[in-house]
Design a protein around this ligand. Structure first.
Ligand code: LMR
Length: 398
């Protein structure tokens, strides 16, 4: 008997497989706008200086590699919760706490398992479109997945359609919201829109699961937390998945957390006991290094200031690249068609390019982006915006 005989091959991950295809491309003029990693002017994904300094400190002072607990590093959890919810948030006294996870993806999977095991029968509602892995994570956890409209085929944010759909979601279901820098579209809700979403969430008694993977990449650390803090203040129960991959440049260190806000301190402990139990069955205890780096930075005012300044420059650079690309497209009469690039926030832009145009860009010009037309603006090279604009013009005008 050959046990593996019936096993079929599945297609590669739509985002990660682009990294392999890009690496294999021998064209020296290739451009990688696929996976969401920030690149600097040299085309490198830098390790922030504060991270390097914190790592040096840890290297010198670390005395043990013993396990950290099921909820992870307590200092990390506390400082990250302050960063997300605001240092003076009264919830932090005893009604909100973080469970450290392997990246934001781990936090999402933990949330999925928690919903499946502790809130059976609840569906989760995702924006259409959303990060493709959202759907597979919740499906893998056994949670039924539904969709609410977000950006239509006209590549515009449709808040009215979103609100109308959410107001028909079964009472008590879970709704996944992107706190900022919506992945894949880059279209974010305004504060006014968020207040309207909050009213629907209250009316339908939905449980919000807020995915917060890009804090600091939209408009600033505090500004990007607007929705998270609003929902945490106005609702009795909120789940937040936070990632340190992008804002601390810790991608491969897999550093994130699931933050739970509960109505009573006792109930928070009940929920946390379940999370520790679930996490034990998923990854036992989380990886320590990235969380120790984050805790070292956030606990030290000099490192923290250096990190936050570097994050500001990353955000400003992305904004300049967005404007620069639209100016380069102007030469080809395409500035108006791509004006949304400067309205969108964060790393990603739903360009509005079709799947066919995306594959032509790849095959003819070695420009790599996700088939949905999502481009990682943080992967652009300021010196090659004209090259990219000409390639886009070719596939749009042919
Ligand atoms: C992305 O969407 O490109 C990033 O969040 C990286 C990933 O894990 O997919």
């Amino acid at each position: 008997m050959r046990h593996f005989q019936p096993i079929a091959r599945v297609p590669g991950d739509p985002i990660l497989s682009l990294m392999d295809a890009y690496r294999a491309d021998r064209n020296p003029a290739k451009l990688d706008l696929g996976v969401g990693v920030y690149k600097d002017a040299q085309g490198l994904t830098p390790i922030p200086r504060a991270v390097k300094l914190a790592e040096q400190r840890l290297l010198d002072s670390e005395t043990s590699k013993s396990y950290i607990g099921g909820h992870g590093d307590a200092l990390f959890g506390s400082l990250l919760s302050q960063l997300v919810l605001g240092a003076d948030n009264p919830l932090l006294a005893n009604r909100a706490a973080a469970t450290q996870t392997p990246g934001g993806t781990g936090a999402l999977r933990l949330a999925g398992e928690f919903i499946a095991q502790c809130l059976p029968g609840r569906s989760i509602w995702l924006s259409d479109p959303t990060w493709p892995i959202h759907e597979s994570i919740f499906a893998a956890a056994g949670v039924r997945v539904g969709q609410y409209p977000y950006v239509g085929t006209d590549n515009r944010l449709n808040v009215e359609a979103m609100l109308a759909a959410l107001s028909h979601v079964p009472q008590g279901d879970v709704v996944l919201l992107h706190a900022c820098c919506h992945n894949p579209t880059g279209f974010d809700l305004s504060p006014r829109d968020w207040k309207r979403v909050l009213e629907v969430v209250k009316a339908r008694e939905l449980l919000p699961l807020i995915d917060f993977a890009y804090q600091g990449f939209g408009d600033g650390l505090a500004q990007d937390a607007f929705a998270v803090r609003l929902f945490a203040a106005e609702l009795p129960e909120v789940l937040i998945t936070s990632s340190c991959s992008k804002n601390f440049g810790l991608y491969r260190e897999r550093t994130g957390a699931l933050i739970v806000c509960a109505e009573q301190a006792e109930k928070l402990q009940d929920v946390r006991s379940q999370l520790a139990f679930i996490a034990r069955n998923l990854w036992s205890t989380p990886p320590a290094h990235g969380a120790a780096v984050v805790a070292t930075i956030l606990a030290d005012c000099n490192l923290r200031a250096a990190w936050s300044n570097e994050l500001d420059s990353m955000r400003q650079r992305i904004a300049q690249l967005r404007t620069g690309l639209v100016s380069a497209l102007q030469t080809h009469g395409l500035a108006e068609r791509f004006a949304h690039l400067v309205v969108q926030r964060g790393m990603f832009s739903y360009t509005g390019l079709s799947a066919l145009q995306v594959s032509r860009l790849r095959d003819e010009f070695s420009v790599y982006m996700v088939g949905s037309g999502r481009a990682n603006m943080a992967g652009l090279d300021a010196e090659r915006l004209d090259q990219l604009a000409s390639a886009i013009a070719r596939v749009c005008n042919d």
